[in-house]
Write a protein that binds this ligand. Sequence first.
Ligand code: ATR
Length: 272
Amino acid sequence: TEKFAVIGHPIEHSKSPLIHQAFARQFGKTMTYEKLLAPLDGFAATIKQLQLEGYRGVNVTVPFKFEAFEVSQTLSERATAAGAVNTLSFQGGHISGDNTDGCGLVNDILKHWQRTIDGQKVLLLGAGGAAQGVILPLLAQQPAVLTVANRSLDKAQAMVDCFKADAQLHQVSLTVQTFDELSEGYDVVINATSAGLQAEALPVSDTIFYAHSLAYDMMYGRETLFMQQAHAAGAQVADGLGMLVEQAAEAFYLWHGVRPETAPVIQSLRLS
Ligand code: ATR
C-alpha cells in the first residue's frame, strides 16, 4: 500500500488523514496516511527518512511550509509564487514541491459558496505567509480589483511588488492600503491575517461589506471577530473549512491523478 503523511508541529488537531481517507474510499483505494510530529529543528531529516521508507508524498503544515519549499528540488509555479510548499511528492530520489492552498481557496469560493471572482472587487486582508500563498491563484481568476490591506503597509507593498507582472497579465488593478484607509465596499473580503488566533479584531470599517459580500475567513473551527463583524454588517460569512478540504483535494489529484468529490466531505466535517 502507498504511504502518505501530514507533517507539522503541532499536528494532533490535523483533519488531513480523515479527509484523504474519505477521498480514497470514493475510489476504493487503500493507503496509509499518518499524522507526523516533526521536531522543530528536524524537518529536513524527517523528510529524508520518509523518502527512504518509500513514502509517496506528504502534506506540510505550520510551521514547516517554508522549509518544505527549501527541500523541494523542483517547484510548481504556484509554489514559487507562494514562497511556500504544502504538498511534497517523492519520485525515486526526487522531491517536487507544490502549493495547493490558493487553489483550495478559489475552488471553495467558486464551488461551495457559488461566487465568481472574475470581474469582482476583492479585498485581501494580511500580507504574511497565508496571504502570499493565495495571491497568484486569486489574480488568475481576473478580479477587476485586488486590494491588499495590512497592518504594516511596507509588508503589503513588498508582497504586491512581487506580483505586478501577474496583475498586469491578468488585467487586475492590484493596490495596497492600510486598514484605516479602507472605506469602499468589496464583493469578496478574505481574511488571511492571523489576528483571529489572538482573538483580536481588525480595525476595518463596516463599510467594506456590502449586503451581498462574501466575507471569507481562512481560519476554521470557531467564529473569529472578523466573522462576527461581517455577519453583523449583513455579509455572507464563510470559514476556512471548505478551503482545507479543497486544498486536500488538489493534493490528492497530484498524487492519485483523480479528483475526489469534496461537498460530502465538507458536510461530514461540519457535522462532526
Ligand atoms: P501567516 O502564515 O498566518 O500569514 P504571518 O506570516 O506571521 O503568519 O503573517 C501574519 C499576518 O497577520 C500579517 O499580515 C500580520 O500583519 P503584519 O504584517 O502587520 O504583522 C497579520 N496580523 C497578525 N496579528 C494581527 C493583529 N492583531 N492585527 C492585525 N493584523 C495582524
